[in-house]
Design a protein around this ligand. Structure first.
Ligand code: PLP
Length: 396
């Protein structure tokens, strides 16, 4: 057999391995010195009570012959797709249940969606960004063009028809992540409308990752690309309950493929349904009942209070950085704070310095793309007492 040689073009993923190694070395040299980890992108608060109760009831149903369920619909149970459609209706977006596909998380869908995309596409990916976009496209053998995020554009790259990038290399697929991991930057409606306009004009497809939408509190900012008109003809939205409802270990997400989204007279929703029904057997019933509860009024209120807790952490981090005169973005409508390393030091040099001087661990920006060099990500997903202690110790 021949292997998929595209895998040989992947860069080894050293980021979190190197971080773990550096922490272990530091702790061996400084036994008993407590290190505070502010690098992780995982939640720390437990599930909302209403979600736990719903999953408990579902477990009991599975234990009785009259209510036991085997294979469910691959694209998700009607009750959950209805709950997700209601969630969108509250944002002013009308979706049919057949436009919603439930999955085990955004990461799977972001990789799997490439199954319905033909060969030889040019894919436009922001830099810096969540690394899975790049790796899945390398695996699929697509051509990648990068769009630069930097302090000049607030880490929110826009279409630029006059640039070499967009003039000579028309993008077929565009990844947008808002609120952004790692920068915490959020596109406004006017900026998203520029991308929708560009995609419609060029017959391109936008893959919009809204995994952190629940952190957006600014009423004027969009939480879905479908809040921009025309997006239903050019965008697929991928979202997740991981950060919305603390489901990182439970696993549930969803992808929206609008009915109006067609290429060459072919419905992309039909292709995705065929893909999912062939290669995926659905999310556990118990999990889907938990997800349904997360979208109930009570669930939304309980999860909102968890998100407020993380936003409170972000405020504490932002106050300390402001005090120290460090440039940063994010942390208001996002759980990440993206800071510029002081004194022009590199991301990794700042990592070492912060560990050594403050015993605090963050994530070097260079791990998210070349434009991340010289920047650093702090996460607000930690516990309050750890965030307070870390910021007290935080020195340059
Ligand atoms: N998209 C972004 C931008 C993320 O940061 C993450 C996780 O950190 C994911 C998707 C993955 O989400 P899930 O847990 O639903 O697979």
């Amino acid at each position: 057999m021949n292997i998929n040689e595209n895998y040989l073009h992947l860069q080894d993923s050293y980021l979190f391995i190197t971080i773990a190694k550096k922490i272990a070395e530091y702790q061996a040299k400084n036994p008993g010195c407590p290190v505070i980890r502010m690098g992780i992108g995982d939640v720390t608060l437990p599930l909302a009570p209403v979600v736990v109760e719903a999953m408990g009831r579902a477990v009991m149903e599975m234990g009785r012959a009259e209510t036991f369920r085997g294979y469910g619909p691959e694209q998700g149970y009607d009750f959950l797709r209805r709950a997700i459609a209601n969630h969108y209706a509250r944002k002013g977006v009308g979706l049919g249940e057949d436009e919603i596909f439930v999955s085990d998380g955004a990461k799977s869908d972001l990789g799997n969606i490439l199954d319905i995309v033909g060969a030889g596409n040019t894919v436009l990916i922001p830099d810096p960004v969540y690394p899975a976009y790049v790796d899945t496209n390398i695996m699929a053998g697509h051509r990648i063009a990068y769009m630069d995020g930097n302090m000049g554009n607030g880490f929110l790259p826009l279409p630029d028809p006059y640039s070499e990038r967009d003039r000579d290399r028309k993008a077929d697929i565009i990844y947008l992540c808002s609120p952004n991991n790692p920068t915490g930057a959020v596109y406004n409606k006017e900026q998203l409308a520029l991308w929708v306009g560009y995609a419609l004009e060029n017959d391109a497809l936008i893959l919009f990752d809204s995994a952190y939408e629940a952190f957006v509190r600014d009423e004027g900012l969009p939480t879905s690309i479908y809040q921009v008109s025309g997006a239903e003809k050019c965008a697929i939205e991928v979202c997740s309950l991981s950060k919305t409802a603390g489901f990182t270990g439970v696993r549930c997400g969803y992808t929206v493929v609008p009915r109006a989204l067609e290429r060459g007279g072919v419905s992309l929703g039909k292709l995705w349904l065929r893909r999912q029904t062939t290669k995926f057997n659905g999310v556990p019933y118990i999990v889907q009942r938990g997800a349904e509860a997360a979208f109930s009024d009570e669930g939304l209120t309980q999860n909102r209070s968890n998100i407020d807790y993380y936003r409170g952490n972000a405020r504490i981090i932002a106050e300390r950085l402001t005090q120290l005169g460090i440039w940063f973005t994010g942390g208001v409508n996002a759980p990440y704070i993206w800071l510029r390393c002081p004194d022009g030091v590199s991301s990794w040099a700042f990592f070492d310095r912060l560990l050594d001087r403050s015993h605090v661990v963050g994530t070097p920006g260079a791990g998210f793309g070349k434009n991340g060099e010289g920047f650093f990500r702090l996460s607000a997903f930690g516990r309050r007492e750890d965030t307070l202690a870390a910021m007290e110790r935080f020195t340059l």
